[in-house]
Design a protein around this ligand. Structure first.
Ligand SMILES: [Cu+2]
Length: 96
């Protein structure tokens, strides 16, 4: 089981997040998925023996969105926290 974060494109609102999450979590081999609108990313826990990022991307594309198949980070919680921090900073800079 691996846990990777991927960039998801074209999400605009909470409905998009729900669509993407549903598309990913319904796939065989996916154990858990957490889609984040603010960082345009999906943290996916999946069995790399059963499913590839390419197959996950296909499901996301079928749902009307797009996803990078190159993981943002590998198994690093610190990395995730750093990202959240910088996203919060960006939101402050852009005043939202
Ligand atoms: Cu939407």
């Amino acid at each position: 089981m691996v846990k990777h974060s991927f960039t998801v494109k074209n999400m605009m609102c909470a409905m998009c997040v729900a669509h993407v999450r549903k598309a990913i979590e319904s796939l065989e081999g996916v154990k858990d998925v957490n889609v984040n609108l603010a960082s345009n990313s999906a943290l996916i826990e999946y069995d790399s023996q059963k499913i590839t990022p390419q197959q996950i991307k296909q499901a996301v594309v079928s749902a009307g969105y797009d996803m990078d198949t190159e993981p943002l980070s590998a198994n690093s919680d610190n990395c995730q926290d750093e990202k959240k921090k910088s996203n919060g900073l960006l939101r402050k800079l852009f005043g939202r």
